[in-house]
Write a protein that binds this ligand. Structure first.
Ligand code: G6P
Length: 467
């Protein structure tokens, strides 16, 4: 296999799941990355290298829905050290403003290096001469430099889907220099926001000593590495089309009826992650009911919490906290057959998501820190009638673009409550004005536009992207 485009991400876009009868099947994996990259890969007939989840070792490359997927297996020790440890116990909380406390363990770092090297070696095997390689996210920050050493002929792009922290936080990392040097193996390092790119350039300058010029870092051998912002988006048209299908419209009505046709439905959809502010938003909603702003005939909250990183300690604790709160609020505020919070701990298919978005009057997105938050954009894309309200944390990357949302500070519970009440009472004209503007933004700036601008800056006009 010699591919002209190789996408490398810690995860494949599908997860291997064991069925009760011992057989196994593939299921779309959670998270924004998959929905963002899939269209690019299709358009370029490329291959995707990633971990399929689990510890299987004998998996061959395969094709699913026209995507060419190459699985890279991990041992139990690698999963614990690289994935649960260094990626999600160290880097994830460190890059998200220390919402949880990062742990620094040398054996996690060793596993991280080892897995990054295996990824780099595999790409070196798969990529055609002069091919373009697009490496994704915080789990693989060493791959660009490792790969450049093996294959200097390749064009290497790196994109970080999560925030890149300011120097005060980043420099806690015992391996800060190695991470910066790993990223500098790329020709182009992309971030969600300009501030993140600036953080990176400043750190490279202070910690590694390379000068910068505008958006470029100048290496001692004269090579330039561009570090710039490319805010990610969604397949806006795809979501809109899905939202308009009769099946989705019908399902949205059905869902609303199943909820007892309350006046307004609030909705939260997140991976069950401590960065997402799920606890705080449910608490705010519960207080509004306790304060008498509305009761279960007026409003219900639907919270979809997609299971995530379930072996990592903080995630186990978070699940207990959220579920205890849901139980308490329903006990205090619900009636027979009418809970105040409808809580699902599961991942839902795309069609069901579209129906939930269409059904919901107020979408509540309240992360303490988030690279972008594609759920916010998906909600806007499905509001084909220009109605519905978005309450959005100012600490989500999406807040830079979706200025017409009700922007809130998730640390300020009263502020959040006030915004929820305002969104609840907003009249049609107000909703329409805000939603129209946000829809125009994501129509102009969809995932195709995002991929095109990154690829154009990476490869110039030579790349046959088909975009
Ligand atoms: C976020 C990250 C992705 C990750 C996804 C799901 O969107 O940016 O890199 O794949 O979460 O998390 P998981 O740990 O299940 O891969």
């Amino acid at each position: 296999m010699a591919a002209e485009l190789v996408v490398v991400a810690n995860r494949l876009p599908v997860d291997r799941v064991e069925l009760p009868d011992g057989e196994s099947t593939w299921r779309t994996s959670p998270g924004g990355l998959v929905s963002a990259i899939e269209p690019v890969l299709r358009a370029n007939d490329g291959i995707w290298l990633g971990w399929p989840g689990g510890t299987d070792t004998e998996l061959e490359p395969f094709e699913i829905d026209g995507l060419n997927l190459v699985p890279l297996s991990m041992s139990q020790a690698e999963i614990e050290g690289h994935y649960e440890g260094m990626s999600n116990g160290t880097l994830w909380p460190l890059y998200h403003d220390l919402v949880a406390k990062p742990a620094f363990h040398r054996d996690w770092w060793n596993a991280y290096q080892k897995v990054n090297r295996r990824f780099a070696e595999k790409v070196a095997e798969l990529a055609a001469e002069g091919a373009t390689v697009w490496v994704h996210d915080y789990q693989l920050q060493l791959v660009p430099a490792m790969l450049r050493e093996l294959r200097p002929d390749l064009k290497i792009g790196f994109y970080l889907h999560i925030p890149f922290p300011p120097a005060e936080l980043f420099q806690q990392l015992p391996w800060r220099r190695q991470i910066l040097e790993g990223l500098l193996g790329a020709d182009l390092v992309g971030f969600q926001l300009p501030e993140a790119a600036a953080n990176f350039r400043r750190l490279v300058n202070h910690r590694v000593g390379h000068p910068t010029m505008g958006q470029d870092v100048i290496l001692p051998d004269g090579r330039k590495v561009r570090a710039a912002a490319y805010p990610i988006s969604i397949d806006t048209q795809g979501y809109e089309t899905l939202a308009r299908t009769p099946a989705v419209e019908e399902r949205a009505k059905e869902l609303r009826e199943a909820l007892g046709n309350p006046r307004k439905v609030f909705l939260g959809v997140d991976r069950l992650d401590y960065t997402k502010g799920i606890y705080a938003r449910l608490k705010a909603f519960g207080e509004l009911m306790e304060d008498g702003h509305f009761d279960v005939e007026d409003a219900v909250f639907v919270q979809v919490a997609v299971p995530s990183r379930e072996a990592v300690e903080e995630y186990i604790a978070l699940r207990d906290e959220v579920e205890m709160l849901v139980g308490r609020l329903n006990g205090d505020l619900g009636k027979i057959g009418q809970p105040a919070i409808h809580y699902l701990h599961s991942s839902q298919p795309r069609e069901e998501m579209a129906a939930l978005y269409r059904m919901a009057d107020i979408m509540v997105v309240t992360p303490y820190r988030d690279g972008m938050n594609l759920v916010a954009k998906e909600y806007v894309a499905t509001r084909v009638d220009d109605d519905g309200a978005l309450v959005l944390s100012e600490f989500a990357g999406a807040a830079e673009e979706l200025r017409q949302a009700w922007l809130i500070n998730p640390y300020d519970l009263n502020g959040m409550k006030a915004a929820l009440v305002e969104a609840y009472h907003a009249d049609e004209a107000e909703l329409r004005r805000r939603m129209r503007a946000m829809r125009a933004t994501i129509t102009r700036h969809d995932v195709q536009a995002w991929a095109k601008s990154f690829m154009t800056d990476l490869a110039g006009p030579e790349l046959p992207t088909g975009l």
